[in-house]
Design a protein around this ligand. Sequence first.
Ligand code: ARG
Length: 444
Amino acid sequence: MSDSTKNKMWGGRFDSAPSDIMTHINASIDIDQRLWRQDIAGSKAHCQMLIKQSIISKEDGQKILDGLLQIEKEIEDGVFEFKASLEDIHMNIESRLKEIIGDSAGKLHTARSRNDQVATDFRLWVREACDDIISNIESFQVVLEKLSNIHKNSIMPGFTHLQVAQPVTLAMHLGAYSQMLARDKRRFEDCQKRLNECPLGACALSGTGFPIDRHYTAELLGFDKPMTNTMDAVSARDFANEFLFDCAQCGLHLSRLAEEIILWSTPQFGFVTLADQWSTGSSIMPQKKNPDAAELVRAKTGRLNGNLIQLMTVMKALPLTYNKDMQEDKQGVFESFDTICLCLDAMKGMLDTANFRLDKMKSATLDGYATATEIADWLVRNLNMPFRDAHHVTGRIVKMAESKNCRLDELSLTDMQGVEPRITNDIYNALDPDKAIQSRLKKP
Ligand code: ARG
């Protein structure tokens, strides 16, 4: 067997080339080519460190840096040929470097292994992904804030058990989601902080005998410090799990809002009309306007949750240190990133252009006896009734309204006095949802 058909990176120890299926199952280039920028950045930093520490010569180092620059440009211009036979992004880039600069290319891998290399690239990638997601969250928050300002006094029913409970404002309702997103944002910030330690220098697993400077590479790549334990450095993927959880949790929050949009846009609720750009029609039922984007955001949680479970399952019970299993760590992370960015954008666009039907929301509040708690509170305040008794009396008033098929504020004073003779005209103030809201918003 000639040397040219054997693996270029480790052919020395092998008598034959891998079978086609071996090449196929082993290759990750289709997925991990997304790490190319981080891989080149990591290699540049490593090379600069090797020069500084006189582990390689300045001349070789400069050749390597120039070659990496050319590769960067080739990939940017879309002319770089990614090869499955070269397995992954690291070997694709290294092999191209050899084509460009010759044997000096082989010096780049001094005091490095793909194990610390991939861990570094992946941390850099996730760190940047957090930034992108945070800025997507922020721009969605701007829309929610704008709507909350507009709808400070827009009365709607608040629900528990999806049954009308008490009057709230649309600002309160949307404000709840602003809070969820604020926490999601902090989770991504937190994830970034925790992952920001540099694996480089851990090499295969136990470090290296070369006089490397791990602090220098860490600093060049914007890490806070080198990772403390080299075996942990090459085998830790909890940062990726954490990122996947943060994506799943944010997606879960979006799915709750999406579900509300779906409900609210039904004729039965009629609280919101989505803009045409954010709806689809039916090919058979001309009356239909479907909230497909909201439904898809609701559904995408399947992928987001799935990706978290996938990687947690890959990592479960995996002995130290690097195992090839860990090559399965990237696809879900990339997919969750793309998915959460898309969902945030879709929710932002949908909400920004939605038409809230304030009339419908208000009448649903009144029709749903949402101010019943106010009656009970009035009885407590004005008649000094224990709350449990007031609750019971109010229940009878609601039952009466139900049997007369009218709203609470449509009952006559005589009707209500039939249940509790001490009730006065003042109770109608309590039945006004705007006043009910105001009395709650005044609290510090
Ligand atoms: N493509 C590999 C991965 O993503 C790179 C690390 C390979 N290391 C090794 N020892 N085979 O995990």
